[in-house]
Ligand binder design. Sequence first.
Ligand code: UFG
Length: 327
Amino acid sequence: MKVCVIGGAGYIGSHAVLELVNDGHEVVVIDNLSTGTRDAVDEKARFYLGDITNEKQLFDIFSEETLLGRFDAVMHFAAKIVVPESVSHPLEYYHNNVEGVRIMLKTMVQHGIKNVIFSSTAAVYGDVKKDICTEDDELKPINPYGESKLASERLIHWVAQAYDMNYCIFRYFNVAGAHESLKIGLKRDNLTHIIPITVQTALKIRSSMVIFGDDYPTPDGTCIRDYIHVADLAFAHVLGMKYIVNENKSATINLGSSTGYSVKQVIDEVSQYFPVNYSIGPRREGDPAKLIASSERAKNLLGWTVKRTLKDIIKTDLDFRIKHETR
Ligand code: UFG
């Protein structure tokens, strides 16, 4: 298939590009390089420097590509994803994440493209009170990031209905790790996620780290999350694309492992390689005690399950940071 990957130079997008190329698809990447890098894009993909919120630019790129053959599907990774930043900059988040999706969908309609694969998030569920999240659970985001993704999900739903399109919406849980080739991984300033922070502390890039609360109602008192390796997550996009194109159907699907690990368990696992200097601090606002995906639908519809463990996630992130000496 011919696939357009918007945001294909970023952390998750570049992994999806690699999985698509390896599965034999023709891939075109559009990215504004705001967080991604050109060298993260596989050389078999065609690259355009472009911004999803620039309607004319997106229209022109799609028109140029359509002359060579229409896209079978468009994948969307071009979002802002930092929760605290979304709280301080909601206008930017709605502009980039929601307006960007509206422009993408309009451009797709103008060029007769029928299939869209969209990256959403477990943040659409909000402050979850249940242990395991299923896709039919109540959607009550508690920050602008989650709201912007939910608004995009609804927009996609209505546009797909009006213009006879198919969509695959993926709700990601805690994505981490790097590609086994160690060519691509998470490189960014001011990282906030637990796995890179713990690995950076182990590598002495940080002198210490803080566990945000150890008084949660969990076995060791620290929060439990569902960690998924970025390559497993990326491969699901290939399956999701084939599903909606071949079955002519739409779906909304969680991507997680159905297994949870606590913050302390993550630190223990990283400590197998190097000691991790940490202290216990107060709870971070908005953190649910436990968030685990039900992966039944991904298994039933796509035949997808995770292949990599927490150990693989940590080891690849560690090796990637050692190799690239990255912050
Ligand atoms: N944590 C610490 N110390 C740190 C960083 C994180 O103790 O220095 C804890 C957090 O308090 C939380 C856990 O580690 O309990 C995981 O936190 P992350 O920031 O790594 O990830 P979140 O679960 O908060 O959020 C991530 C994504 C969201 C997504 C969510 C879905 O950032 O976009 O996973 O599960 F919605």
